[in-house]
Design a protein around this ligand. Sequence first.
Ligand code: ADP
Length: 520
Amino acid sequence: MATTQKSSGKTNRRIQTVAIANRGEVAVRVIHACRELGIRTVLLHSEADIGTRAYRMADTRVCIGPAPTAESYLHIERNIKGALAAGADAIHPGFGFLSENADFAKAVIDAGMIFVGPKPESILAVGDKIAAKKTVSAARAPSVPGYMGEDQRIETLVEEAARIGFPVIVKAAAGGGGRGMKVIRSRSEAPELIASAQREGLAAFGSAVVFLEKYLDRAKHIEFQIFGDSFGEVSYLFERECSVQRRHQKIIEEALSPSLTPELRRAMGETAVRLAQSANYEGAGTVEFLLQDGEFYFLEMNTRLQVEHPVTEMVLGVDLVKAQILNAAREFQVWPQESLKAHGHSIECRVYAENPYAGGIPSTGKLLGMEWPEGPGRRFETGFEAGDEITPFYDPMIAKVIVWDETRLRAIKKMKQTLRDSLVLGVHTNIPFVISMLSHPEFVDGSMTTQFVGRHYTQENGIGLEARERTDLELAFEKAAGKVSLTGGVAAAGSTLGSAHTTPLQIVNSPWLGERWRNV
Ligand code: ADP
């Protein structure tokens, strides 16, 4: 990591205690980084997250409210008060929740603390989907043709959609995480779909403002990691491909993309840097593009750490979270562009608590056991341990499995083996679905687009998964645990292993399972 040698004219700001306004695996990720930097941590958590992994790991914990996010993780004042009460001098917002909220960043600064992220003005300039489009045209970046006008009457929006030409996608301006978006394929369905995007935007994000874009129906999702330091330097840390998505939500991400030529990579990277520079951007950020027929189009900029940041870390040998914190303390100089060289290939799979044999419906309950098989080039990020509860209140992601190997094909094989050897007891997981996708010829040859999941895995055919044999590890668990009901990632369709977490589980006389299982 580059150390600070030149002077930015700004003095270093000592950070001794970081409050984490988040939960789950990203809270754990930030705690690891802080510990390595000798910084104390304060977890600002909801009542529902008492007794999660981050809760146990943090040096101090402050309960900021009940489970509903509006009363805890999305409540600006409660987060600020909690951080101040615990003596924090900085707040790391993680991703999701308040991480891209300029008012929150400002409130942190106004309260005399450091916001680990960009300046509020930068968030406003590039983080807001509509404002970003304007910054983008100033930064000479191509974006998808569309309508971003203030006239939000349904008739106007329908006319504009027809002018753009169907298919069109309508998006909630304040939306995120794939929510508040609808694809409109014809004029007749436009009024209802637009109205429903407006309703969803209002309910989920507090704003009914929508905009329209031409829908690119054979595009790849390619995003560039950028990082800006307090000296005004910005570098791009190459790209991630995240085309494997369900309902516009990413499931498998990789670095680098199998689809870019060096020339295209450089053109997209330099565009991302220009955009960041035009907003005086500091810290970690991601510029998302769609790539279709060799042309790239700006989609949005995320002004925060990204869920899939580990694949970039693996191929570049960097630590983005430590860099964020050091940069916030003004003790960091960004890696010079010419020093950045990607090595090997990295893939991340998001493991969700959901039932892949029932259209991916969420699966909640107590995590009765988890095993993540360590090995060379394998990395696991999770906010849970055996005994923790998967509640219905938050995102159902329970872990991220990340692998690195020398080539893409080896990384795919390693990921499949790693997932086969992973074990989650107590809830269903999407692991069988992910393994199936990793084996699909279109994924293996790298030609997949954002239509990949929709085209090959339909809800009607139970996403096309078939029952499979249990692995040796699963059988060993069963044997050791007596009458275990295995579910989730290891359960097969129509399996006799028990249908769900609702089956009470008794683990008896299993000496080799040891102390870790005491909560079961
Ligand atoms: P969010 O902020 O909810 O993640 P994005 O604007 O980043 O929303 O889009 C998420 C995904 O939705 C993209 O990766 C892509 O698959 C799809 N998408 C968004 N806009 C378009 C478009 N204009 N054409 C085709 N697909 C799109």
